[in-house]
Design a protein around this ligand. Structure first.
Ligand code: AOF
Ligand code: ZN
Length: 471
């Protein structure tokens, strides 16, 4: 007997809804009719009164007997329908809408991710939602509430959501419960949630409830747009994805340089290297960060205000690396309206009198010292600091120099990304300040080779964003 015929016969004995619906696997069991009904509803096949019918349909639609075995019924065979069957050509377009909505949360969702969702019925979007702020409703809940507001019934709808729905009680109840209760028929997800509490579990819970829940990347081979979208959904939350796994902030080193890599003249003059568009983009980077970090020299030379001149629910935290507590109490970061968002990080050797004076205005954190390096001033243990900031829910840290601080993060393998702005200007000079100083890489092998490089023109300036490859 040919294997195909044998497999078809197996169907006649009854087929049940599998445990793992992701692959639309069928196996023997008592619940076949339930599966058939769901199958028809999902794919709009005419009703069948013969249990062989779906088997034939499946075969005609690309179903192949799989080599896998059912976890619950190990003695039976599986039939798996290629994942591509579960993804329609319209899916990427709807998920892209959800991604657009997700981006509205930029700068306001930390320590939560940005997430967007749309509900679709009869090929039309009936509701939209996005996550606005941690503690507030998740994107899926916002979309369900929007449906209610629009007097639309979510039952039978398809949910497109950029991140795998959560399945635990955090600040808010699990979205999986709400999705199941609303009678959603299918869920198309952009990216898995790397949160160890949720990773993969949200999808499984939905599938167990009989909802066709899958990742858009599963359609990668069939629909390239799906693969691109999956990457975009993952990249959207590169900050959250890093923090939730490592519990340290995702570090971006930002510098505005002349074409020859200088950030200021020998005397510290730097206004302005880049043009207005580039500077506005710098503000956007601050808006998307939980904290900004500079070295004390930047405070002494520039006296920057380090604020975000764009509305944001929480002001950005300002961190100053200042081993010897040299920050003047008259510095802007110590006396403006956001002083309580400033932390001066000192080392145990800093003069107590200076610490006390600063502590009256701002937070002072005494950090352990890094392994001393001969001929270099004492340095703060940055790994310790990153752990401390991560524990305080700082998910993203923008390092804005100067050159020594940038070098400590970059060459110390502590920064995940760079955002380097280049102005079409040449400063030259041995003593001019460099964007990245420090000891430098000691051999060509230690050079930082950037990955996923993107160049963008902003007015006359260029912006390079790239990943460093640091874990
Ligand atoms: C979703 N949709 O819109 C978001 C999700 O404390 P909670 O209840 O806000 O839960 C936070 C966790 O939920 C967060 O760490 C992340 O894993 C997930 N975020 N999930 O389904 C959303 N923001
Ligand atoms: Zn959720």
């Amino acid at each position: 007997m040919q294997p195909a015929a044998k497999d078809e016969m197996a169907f006649q004995q009854g087929t049940r809804v599998p445990e793992d619906l992701e692959n639309f696997v069928l196996c023997h069991g008592p619940q076949f009719s339930l599966f058939a009904a769901r199958f028809q509803a999902r794919f709009r096949f005419p009703p069948a009164n013969d249990i062989l019918y779906p088997a034939v349909r499946l075969r005609n639609n690309g179903c192949k007997p799989g080599p896998e075995r059912c976890r619950q019924h190990p003695s039976t065979r599986f039939y798996s329908l290629a994942m591509t069957r579960t993804i329609t050509n319209a899916d990427p377009a709807f998920l892209r809408q959800a991604l657009r909505l997700a981006r509205r949360g930029y700068g306001s969702t930390s320590p939560n991710p940005m997430v967007g969702a749309v509900l679709v019925k009869d090929g039309k979007i009936i509701a939209r939602g996005w996550h606005r702020q941690a503690g507030g409703p998740h994107a899926e809940i916002a979309a369900l509430r929007d449906a209610e507001k629009q007097r639309q019934l979510p039952g039978g709808a398809v949910l497109y959501v950029t991140l795998e729905p959560c399945c635990t009680h955090g600040r808010t109840p699990p979205c999986t419960d709400a999705i199941i209760a609303a009678g959603i028929q299918r869920v198309m997800v952009g990216a898995t949630d790397p949160n160890p509490l949720h990773a993969g579990k949200g999808l499984l819970i939905l599938q167990r409830a009989g909802i066709a829940a899958s990742l858009i990347s599963a359609s990668a081979s069939a629909i390239p747009a799906g693969r691109r979208l999956a990457e975009e959904c993952t990249r959207l939350n590169e900050v959250f994805n890093h923090w939730i796994v490592h519990r340290t902030p995702f570090v971006t080193v930002k510098a505005a340089m002349t074409l020859d890599g200088k950030i200021a003249t020998a005397k510290g003059e730097s206004k302005w290297i880049t043009g207005e568009k580039a500077r506005a983009h710098g503000m956007k980077l601050r808006q998307g960060s939980d904290a900004i970090l500079v070295g004390v020299n930047t405070i002494l030379i520039d006296d920057p205000s380090l604020t975000v001149r764009i509305t944001k629910p929480n002001p950005i935290r300002r961190i100053v690396l200042d081993s010897l507590a040299r920050t003047p109490v008259t510095a802007k970061v110590a006396r403006d309206a956001f002083a309580r968002w400033t932390t001066i990080v000192v080392s145990p050797g800093a003069p107590q009198r200076r610490i006390a004076a600063l502590a009256r205005k701002v937070n002072v954190l005494t950090a352990p010292q890094a392994q001393p390096v001969a001929g270099r001033p004492p340095a703060i243990d940055l790994r310790w600091l990153l752990k401390k900031l991560g524990a305080e829910s700082v998910t993203s840290l923008l390092v804005e120099g100067g050159g020594e601080v940038n070098a400590s993060f970059l060459l110390g393998n502590l920064a995940q990304r760079v955002a380097f702005f280049y102005a079409p200007k040449v400063l030259g000079g041995q003593a001019a300040r460099k964007g990245v100083a420090g000891e430098g890489a000691q051999s060509w092998r230690d050079v930082i080779k950037l990955e996923q490089v993107q160049w963008r023109q902003l007015g006359d300036d260029l912006l390079l964003t790239a990943l460093t490859g640091a874990p």
